[in-house]
Design a protein around this ligand. Sequence first.
Ligand code: HEC
Ligand code: HEC
Length: 235
Amino acid sequence: MYDPARLLQMFVAVAFLLTATTAISGDAARGKRVFSKCAGCHQIGEGAKNKVGPHLNGVFDRKAGSVDGFPYSKSMRRAASGGLVWHADSLNAYIENPRVLISGTRMSFRGLKSAQDRDDVLAYLRDFSDKPSDIPEADPTAQQTDHAVDPAILAIQGDPEYGQYLSGECTTCHQVSGGDQGIPSITLWPEDIFVTAMQAYKNKTRAHPVMQLIAGRLSDEEIAALAAYFRDLED
Ligand code: HEC
Ligand code: HEC
């Protein structure tokens, strides 16, 4: 009746589920200490005001760039009009490396490299969201995904001539003159920021479907070539 092998299998499955769940829940008390890295710019809790950065009350489920009276960067405002909402995954990507998600963000913060620090600080932030209990569990406070771009990819030396050849596909939308009519300018960017943005579309950390499609078809070498070409492009 009780097949020991089957029981063992079930036991292993349950044990796995339990550890998996434990592994993704951040520790808010520890997160409070991690937040000291943010506190120079952000306030949170009762009476929190905008400082260098916007206050972070209710940030879960909040539309990006939507705190009244805070002078967000143009890049943040564009990301917001593109539909960016702060959930665990987008927050996690942003605090790991702000430019992965928003190239021109004014948040000059190098990012939290430790997944544990991110999990914990998000658990802490979540305690200040209106009704943390209503935030669906599909929105866990912690993610194990690593959003940092592989240094080997950032190190690829792009060939600007090849980039120019490939760029025809881009300049139908992006103005070569660097102008910005609703579509962001992509000229004169440091290569690492360009590559980081393209990789974020490729791995779907950034949500824009057209750019996901375009970046998804490009190899890492092609992205490096485009980065090298657009970096030096003057009109
Ligand atoms: C040096 C100052 C600075 C530090 C340190 C900093 N931030 Fe920011 N943060 C900003 C600024 C400025 C903005 C607005 C960015 C923009 O408009 O592009 C911002 C924006 C944000 C936003 C988006 C808020 C919104 O309303 O859309 C979140 C979330 C955030 N920061 C979280 C954090 C967390 C968490 C930390 C610590 C791990 C942190 N920040 C550290 C300055 C900072
Ligand atoms: C069909 C129009 C279209 C084409 C073609 C296109 N893009 Fe884009 N691109 C956009 C839009 C719209 C955005 C803003 C998306 C968003 O909000 O995330 C964007 C965003 C970007 C960004 C990020 C800009 C930022 O400010 O963070 C980069 C980098 C980029 N595109 C590079 C390219 C490259 C390289 C090509 C050619 C291989 C290309 N795009 C082709 C429409 C296009």
